[in-house]
Design a binder for this molecule. Structure first.
Ligand code: NAD
Length: 376
């Protein structure tokens, strides 16, 4: 069976879906692996590295896809890529299923069984396939480094013969995987860190990392978590109370990192224009929710801009700014998924649609969009 790894064609996408390490492992499953030439360039994996690992290198997309039974990608395929996939092929990628419904429709029409890696259920058995965690973790880390590099002051307190420099104050809004890593990174750099979230479970996590928790703790807050561990949209009343508390807090912050998301919805606005105005000139905001509309209305997706003396960073692909490590983790996540859908004895495709992981990530099957959150 042939597995193809394509070069990413979207602007600014530097990651790749397989590394030399995972090519070897995929071959160990009995698969023939073909990599499109140049696919690993942004993640520092050369064609020669893939060849040494046992892959075939195809000169272009069409020859890589020709007769491929499994296709691995980072981002959703473009129409020309979908058109070159064979009927019955399996695709695994970050398909942005809520934002890119057209891609799902085209994949279904082509007869591709597409798996959206974002939908891998967050159960213990699937942890090694959890792409959201592997990518968000490094995004949270990079957000702090980007902010620190732009901030015109130091992060830790410094006592020198010429006097003392006060530590930076860093506020993390949204304490999921990215937020937790951002807290840990900012603490390691010596900043005074505080954080907020609407999920009650985060209070203890924030405090255990040595940061202060800032939130309105009322009855709504105590129930603001879904069974799957995600945030629920909050009422207008709660948001207003929380905004008042945050407005006071934000005035004193030097760096604000926002990561607040609710799956399938526009990101909630947490840092208003007035709050930005209240910050000191030279402060920095990194908005990790930029792709979903941003947690700050002044954020411009894919841009770093200065507003009211505050630098606002709206990178939509922070994982792509650390492509070597994020590719390595993403490629391992994908390998673990492929190992689940391939029969290790025969090397043939063995898709078990009753498996919670297969069903959970399955977007299209037999010409139709089958995921319950996108159907109808
Ligand atoms: P996410 O990317 O969906 O959102 C980031 C954070 O923003 C979340 O903590 C969310 O509560 C918060 N948020 C949403 N609206 C907000 C608002 N109005 N104000 C403040 N904060 C707001 O989150 P994530 O990183 O994917 O993590 C979501 C959950 O999944 C967490 O409970 C995490 O521990 C859990 N998780 C489980 C597993 C697993 O079991 N395998 C793996 C990873 C994460």
């Amino acid at each position: 069976m042939k597995l193809a790894v394509l070069k990413e064609r979207r602007d600014g996408e530097t990651r790749v879906a397989a590394t030399a390490e995972t090519v070897k492992k995929l071959k160990g499953l009995g698969l023939e692996v073909t990599v499109e030439s140049g696919a690993g360039a942004g993640a520092r994996v050369s064609d020669a590295d893939y060849l040494t690992a046992g892959a075939t290198v195809a000169p272009d997309m069409a020859s890589a896809l020709s007769d491929a039974d499994i296709v691995l990608k980072v981002r959703g395929p473009l129409p020309e890529e979908i058109a070159a996939m064979k009927k019955g092929a399996v695709l695994a990628a970050l398909l942005a299923p809520y934002a890119e419904k057209e891609t799902a429709a085209k994949l279904a029409a082509q007869g591709v069984s597409a798996f959206a890696m974002e939908f891998i259920p967050r159960i213990s058995r699937a942890q090694a396939m959890d792409v959201l965690s592997s990518q968000a973790n490094l995004a949270g880390y990079k957000a702090v480094l980007d902010a620190a590099a732009t901030f015109g002051r130091a992060m830790p307190m410094m006592m020198t013969a010429a006097g003392t420099i006060a530590p930076a104050r860093v506020f993390i809004m949204g304490v999921g995987v990215a937020g937790l890593q951002a807290i840990a990174t900012a603490r390691r750099l010596g900043a005074i860190v505080s954080a907020t979230d609407v999920r009650p479970a985060t209070k203890e996590q924030v405090e255990s990392l040595g940061a202060t928790f800032v939130a309105v703790i009322d009855d709504e807050f105590k129930q603001a978590e879904t069974a799957s561990g995600y945030a629920k949209p909050m009422s207008a009343e709660y948001q207003a109370k929380q905004a008042t508390l945050v407005a006071e807090h934000i005035k004193k912050q030097d760096i604000v990192i926002t990561t607040a998301l609710i799956p399938g919805r526009k990101a909630p606005v947490l840092v208003t224009e007035d709050m930005v105005k209240s910050m000191k000139p030279g402060s920095v905001i990194v908005d990790l929710a930029a792709e979903q509309g941003g947690n700050c209305p002044l954020t411009r997706a894919n841009e770093v801009c200065e507003q009211q003396g505050v630098t606002i960073m709206g990178y939509t692909n922070l994982p792509g700014r650390l492509a070597v490590d994020t590719s390595s983790l993403y490629a391992r996540n994908l390998f673990n998924f492929v190992a689940l859908i391939v029969d290790k004895k025969t090397g043939a495709l063995a898709l078990n649609w009753d498996d919670e992981i297969v069903k959970g990530a399955g977007l299209t099957r037999d010409g139709e969009i089958v995921h319950p959150s996108l159907k109808g």
